[in-house]
Design a protein around this ligand. Structure first.
Ligand SMILES: *[C@@H]1O[C@H](CO)[C@@H](O)[C@H](O)[C@H]1NC(C)=O
Ligand SMILES: *[C@@H]1O[C@H](CO)[C@@H](O)[C@H](O)[C@H]1NC(C)=O
Ligand SMILES: *[C@@H]1O[C@H](CO)[C@@H](O)[C@H](O)[C@H]1NC(C)=O
Ligand SMILES: *[C@@H]1O[C@H](CO)[C@@H](O)[C@H](O)[C@H]1NC(C)=O
Length: 388
C-alpha cells in the first residue's frame, strides 16, 4: 500500500527534471540561438568589467571580489555556570532592588522532577538590629551539617557586622533597610528575608529568628522535626487593644474586620507559603498603606492565613517567649537565670500536638536572652541541648 503510493508520486517529480524529447528542428535552432545570445551578453559584460576595473582597480577589487570571512575559534569557557550555580547561588549580595528581587523570587519551576539530587535545606532568617551575640553558639549548632541549611541576615544598615572569615554568618548579610518595631517596615524586612532565601531553590523551610534567639535542640532533631511536616504559625482572633483594635477600617473591603487575626511574629513556613507571601499584591499593599504603625508583623501573616484558609498549619509557634509580664515587650533573661532546670523546662515544659500525636517537644527555639548569657549556653549546650 505504502510503496504503491510513493511510486505514484515519483514519475511526476522526475518529469520536471528530465529534458522532454524534441525532434523538431525549430526547437534545436531555438536552443542554439539562445546559447549564442548568452555567450554574446557575457562577452559584453566582461569587457565592461575589465574596462571599469582598470579605471579604479583598488576600489573595485575591494567592492566586488568576494572576501574570505575571517574565522575565529570559539573560546571554550573555563568556568561554566551550570544549573547548580543557578539553583543554589553562593553569593547572596546581588544588585537587585526590592521590586526586582520580589519579581525574581516569585518564579516557580513547572517541572517537578529534579534534574539532580539534593537534600532540602532549612533557611535560617536572622532579623537583627546589629550583631548576633550568640553566633558562637549557633556555630556549634550548625557544625557538621553543611548542605542542610542556609543563613540570611537582615541587619540595620547603620551597623557594620563583623564575622570571622569561615564563620557560617560570614557574607550572609542581605541588602537591608531600617526596620522599626511596630511599623510595617518590620514586615518588609521579613518579606525581604523570605525573597532572598527563595532565590535558592533548595531552601524548603524558612524560620524567622532574632539576635536574642537560641536553639533548644540539636540540628538533627530540629531538621527532622520540620522537613516534610506542617508549618508552624499562629492565627487567632484576639479582642481588645492588642488584637482587633489594630484593624484599620480603610483596609476594607479588601481586608474585612472578620478577616483580622493575630499571631506570633516568629514563623516557620514552607516554600509554598513563602512564595504566596512575597507574591501577595492584594493584601500586603493594604497593610503598606493603612497599617503603617499597627504591628503588621503580628497581624499580616495570621490574617493572610485566615483569608486564604491555608491548610496544614499547626496553630502554634516554635519560639518560646515569656509573655507573663504585662506590656508590649516580653521578659528578657540574664546569665544568672540560665540553669539546667530552666533549659529543661523550655525544652519539655509543655504538651502539644505533633503529627496528630501528643508530644512534649513544642518549642525548638527560645528568646529573649541578654548577650551575657553566651558563656552559660556554651557551657550547658553539650550537657542539656545535645550539641557543642
Ligand atoms: C562602619 O564602617 C564604616 C567604614 O569602615 C565607618 O565609616 C562607619 O563609621 C562604621 N559605622 C559604625 C556604626 O561603626
Ligand atoms: C488557633 O488557636 C486559637 C486558640 O489558641 C483558636 O482560638 C483559633 O481558632 C485557632 N485557629 C485556627 C485556625 O484553628
Ligand atoms: C530587660 O528587662 C528588664 C525588666 O523587664 C528591663 O528593665 C530592661 O530594660 C530589659 N533589658 C533589655 C536589654 O531589653
Ligand atoms: C541530638 O539530640 C537528640 C535528643 O534531642 C539525641 O538523641 C541525639 O543523639 C543528638 N544528636 C547528636 C548528633 O548529638
Amino acid at each position: 500500500m505504502k510503496s504503491s503510493r510513493s511510486s505514484s508520486y515519483r514519475p511526476k517529480l522526475s518529469s520536471l527534471f528530465q529534458p522532454q524529447p524534441s525532434n523538431s528542428l525549430a526547437v534545436k535552432l531555438l536552443f542554439a540561438f539562445f546559447f549564442l545570445a548568452i555567450g554574446f551578453a557575457l562577452g559584453i559584460i566582461k569587457g565592461f568589467y575589465i574596462k571599469s576595473s582598470s579605471i579604479s582597480h583598488s576600489s573595485s577589487s575591494s567592492l566586488h571580489l568576494p572576501r574570505q570571512p575571517v574565522k575565529k575559534i570559539e573560546p571554550v569557557p573555563k568556568v561554566r555556570v551550570g544549573l547548580k550555580g543557578y539553583m543554589e547561588p553562593t553569593n547572596i549580595m546581588h544588585g537587585m532592588n526590592d521590586e526586582e528581587l520580589f519579581w525574581k523570587a516569585s518564579m516557580v519551576p513547572r517541572i517537578k522532577r529534579h534534574p539532580y539530587q539534593w537534600f532540602p535545606k532549612i533557611a535560617f532568617l536572622y532579623l537583627t538590629k546589629g550583631d548576633i551575640p550568640f553566633a558562637p553558639l549557633w556555630e556549634k549548632f550548625f557544625e557538621g551539617h553543611g548542605g542542610l541549611y542556609s543563613i540570611y541576615v537582615h541587619a540595620d544598615p547603620q551597623f557594620n557586622l563583623s564575622f570571622p572569615v569561615g564563620s557560617v554568618f560570614y557574607g550572609r548579610r542581605i541588602r537591608s533597610k531600617k526596620a522599626i518595631w511596630g511599623r510595617v517596615s518590620m514586615m518588609d524586612a521579613e518579606r525581604r528575608l523570605l525573597a532572598n532565601a527563595l532565590l535558592d531553590f533548595t531552601n524548603e523551610r524558612f524560620i524567622l529568628l532574632s539576635e536574642s534567639h537560641i536553639p533548644l535542640f540539636n540540628f538533627t532533631t530540629i531538621y527532622s522535626y520540620l522537613v516534610g511536616h506542617t508549618i508552624y504559625m499562629e492565627s487567632y482572633d484576639l479582642p481588645g487593644t492588642g488584637g482587633r483594635a489594630r484593624y484599620r477600617n480603610k483596609m476594607g473591603p479588601v481586608i474585612r474586620p472578620e478577616h483580622w487575626r493575630k499571631g506570633s511574629q516568629w514563623f516557620e513556613m514552607d516554600r509554598k507559603l513563602a512564595l504566596e507571601v512575597i507574591s501577595d499584591e492584594t493584601y500586603y499593599p493594604e497593610f503598606k498603606k493603612h497599617c503603617k504603625m499597627c504591628v503588621a508583623d503580628e497581624h499580616y501573616l495570621p490574617t493572610l492565613l485566615n483569608i486564604k484558609r491555608w491548610p496544614h498549619v499547626a496553630n502554634r509557634t516554635l519560639t518560646w517567649i515569656d509573655w507573663s509580664q504585662k506590656g508590649y515587650h516580653p521578659a528578657n533573661f540574664s546569665s544568672e537565670d540560665i540553669t539546667i532546670e530552666f533549659l529543661k523546662k523550655l525544652r519539655y515544659g509543655r504538651s502539644c500536638n505533633y503529627n496528630g500525636m501528643k508530644t512534649r517537644v513544642c518549642f525548638l527555639f527560645a528568646r529573649k536572652f541578654l548577650p551575657n548569657c553566651l558563656d552559660r549556653f556554651l557551657e550547658l549546650a553539650p550537657k542539656v541541648m545535645g550539641f557543642g
